[in-house]
Every structure is written in structure tokens, then in C-alpha cells.
Ligand binder design. Structure first.
Ligand code: AQP
Length: 342
């Protein structure tokens, strides 16, 4: 019997991705990007525009290209430093898709059948969903493991996919008798916020929602932000003095949560400050705060987008650095699987 190869344990490395399916919104910012900026301090971070994931639902090619550049510009404008972190586009690093195929042959259909996001995104007409949407979590596992990343900042909505990534790593390791892929840990950020739609407190704020009034985009000018906040759905009751008063008031709770996240306060602090105020008054303060926090990002983003050559250059450099890490890892994985080397 041959002894299985041994590998040095992977060092701490953070990976996360965002779909270039539209303009980034306040949910992406408060739930993810803001934390990615913080994580750069003292960590090796890899941040990716996941265009292979984006095409699991139909995309207009020209829009996909411009959204990819815009999302990259938003990350840079929000404070992702392309010298400290690796920022790149998934399709420019083919090792993701190659490892993804190996994982298609490790993951089990039963595991994918349990993924709630597939059920939500496929909707009633599941037979008509793409195969790509179904195997999306296998590719997400490859995104993480092609760097042997150990930590992944994920929103609540992605937790189940990260669990699947751990199952795939464990199954690969045990199937081939190696200790190769790490079981990536979620990075729980104290300030991570789940931001809901401005029109429906039970649905998450989303890039692909048909109505633009459900979300605040990072590119929105101040007057549009103010208008969206003014039109946000609420109820007729005033602001309660403590969090118990927000139970079953989903839209009110969402707006208070957004204010708290933007102001770096707890919802309880915000409720104490606005106890008894009408929502019309609270919305004015919320709009002012959102404009103050987002305007510098929007301005920087517009500056960057006026120079697409710069953004493309950052992405090209990022893809080169990403490939330099991913290539030897994919080769090792292929050796483990038993592929004949070219
Ligand atoms: N509403 C949200 N609140 C908090 N965090 C959110 N994220 C997305 N929406 C919210 C987090 O942002 C990161 C990038 O997400 P994504 O673009 O890869 O995909 P998504 O979660 O599917 O985001 P969208 O906006 O809903 O896109 P579409 O409409 O294309 O599906 C992730 O960390 C996510 O948790």
C-alpha cells in the first residue's frame, strides 16, 4: 500500500466573493464589503467578482461586463486596497472552474437538494433552472478551496453553502486519504447586518429585485437616497423606546437596524434616541446619515469609473496574483485525484 502524501497545513487566508449582477447596494455594503475592509488589517485577503456565478441566471453580456467593472470600482471606493488584498474577476482564473468540476464529482445530489437558496432562486419552475444554479455551491467551494482559504466572511444567507464547502473538503480528504483541503471557518463579524428590502421587511435587499425602490445603491445620488428613504414602507406607530416594541414590525425594525449599522450604534441606542418620534422625522435623520456615509464612496467610485483602464489594470494584476496561488493548489489536487500530468 502506498503512503498517502502529506501537505503543509494551510496558513490563515480569507476569501470572499460578490456577484457582479448589478450595482452594489446598502445590504452588500453593511453585510459584507464594510467587513472586508476591516479584515484587511493583518490578514491575507482575496476578494473576487464571481461572474461565473452570475451567469447561473441569464445576464445581458454588455451589462455583465460593465457591472463587473462597477462592482470592482465600488470595492476599491469602499476601501479595499488592491495592494494589500487580491481583487480579481473569477473567470480570469480558470482554476476555479477546473476545481469546481472535481467537486461536482465529490458532492452528492442529496446535499445539493437541501440547499435553500437554490429552492428560492429556482422558484416554482425548478425544471427550467440552469444546471449551473444547481451546482453553484460546488463552485463556491472551489472558489474558497482553490486558495486553501481557511476563513470566509459570509452573510447569514451563505452559511449553508459554507457548510457544504466543509462537507466537500472533508469528503475529498477522506475519499483520497489526505489531509489537504481545510475546513473553512465562517468569519462572524460583530457588526454584520442583514438589510431587508425597503418595501418588504421580510425580503432581503437584493440587486436583482425588479423595483429599484427596494434598495439604496452605492451609486445613488443624495436626492434619490432621500427619496427612497422617504418612500420606504413603515407603519403608522411611532418609534418605540426599546427593541421589544419592534417585534412584528419588520419594516420599522429594518430601518432602525440600518440606522444603527450606519451610525455604529446598537438598535437599543437608536431607539432610546428616537423614542416616541414619528417615522417621518426618523426618516429625515436616516436619509441624512445614509447620504453622509455613502457620498464619499459614490464620489470615489465615479472618479474610478472615469478611468476604466485603471480598474481593468487592478483586476488584471489581481488575476495574475490569484493564479499564482491557485495553479499549484489545483495541480496538487489533480495529482491527488490521479490525473496524468502533462
Ligand atoms: N440584503 C443583504 N443584507 C446583508 N448582506 C447582504 N449580502 C447580499 N445582500 C445582503 C451579502 O453581500 C455579499 C455579496 O452578495 P452577492 O452579491 O454575492 O449575492 P447575493 O447574496 O445573492 O446578493 P444580492 O444582492 O441578493 O444579489 P442577487 O440579487 O444577484 O442574488 C454576500 O456576503 C451576501 O451575504
Amino acid at each position: 500500500m502506498t503512503t498517502p502524501p502529506t501537505f503543509a497545513a494551510p496558513h490563515k487566508r480569507i476569501f470572499s466573493g460578490v456577484q457582479p449582477t448589478g450595482n452594489l447596494h446598502l445590504g452588500n455594503y453593511l453585510g459584507a464589503i464594510r467587513n472586508w475592509v476591516t479584515l484587511q488589517e493583518g490578514n491575507e485577503c482575496i476578494y473576487c467578482m464571481v461572474d461565473l456565478h452570475a451567469i447561473t441566471v441569464q445576464q445581458d453580456p454588455a451589462a455583465l461586463r460593465s457591472n463587473t467593472r462597477e462592482v470592482a470600482a465600488s470595492l476599491l471606493a469602499a476601501g479595499i486596497d488592491p495592494k494589500a488584498s487580491i481583487v480579481f474577476v473569477q473567470s480570469q482564473v480558470p482554476q476555479h472552474a477546473e476545481l469546481g468540476w472535481i467537486f461536482n464529482c465529490v458532492a452528492r445530489i442529496g446535499w445539493l437538494n437541501r440547499m435553500t437558496q437554490f429552492k428560492e432562486k429556482a422558484g416554482k419552475n425548478r425544471e427550467n433552472a440552469t444546471v449551473g444554479l444547481y451546482v453553484y455551491p460546488n463552485l463556491m467551494a472551489a472558489d474558497i478551496l482553490v486558495y486553501r482559504a481557511t476563513h470566509v466572511p459570509v452573510g447569514d444567507d451563505q452559511r449553508q453553502h459554507l457548510e457544504l464547502c466543509r462537507d466537500i473538503a472533508q469528503s475529498f480528504n477522506s475519499q483520497y486519504g489526505v489531509d489537504y483541503f481545510p475546513l473553512a471557518e465562517p468569519v462572524i463579524m460583530g457588526t454584520a447586518t442583514r438589510v431587508m428590502s425597503l418595501r418588504d421587511g421580510s425580503a432581503k435587499m437584493s440587486k436583482s429585485d425588479a423595483s429599484d425602490y427596494t434598495r439604496i445603491n452605492l451609486v445613488d445620488p443624495p436626492d434619490l437616497i432621500a427619496q427612497k428613504v422617504r418612500k420606504a414602507r413603515t407603519d403608522p406607530d411611532p418609534i418605540p423606546g426599546d427593541p421589544a416594541g419592534l417585534e412584528a414590525r419588520l419594516e420599522a425594525k429594518n430601518l432602525v437596524g440600518i440606522y444603527a449599522a450606519l451610525a455604529d450604534k446598537t438598535p437599543a441606542d437608536v431607539l432610546r434616541e428616537f423614542d416616541g418620534a414619528q417615522f417621518s422625522k426618523f426618516k429625515e435623520s436616516l436619509a441624512d446619515l445614509a447620504i453622509a456615509k455613502l457620498s464619499p464612496i459614490t464620489t470615489e467610485m465615479r472618479r474610478l469609473l472615469a478611468d476604466p483602464g485603471y480598474v481593468d489594470g487592478v483586476l488584471k494584476d489581481g488575476a495574475q496574483r490569484a493564479r499564482a496561488i491557485a495553479e499549484p493548489i489545483l495541480k496538487e489536487a489533480q495529482d491527488i485525484v490521479g490525473f496524468l500530468r502533462a
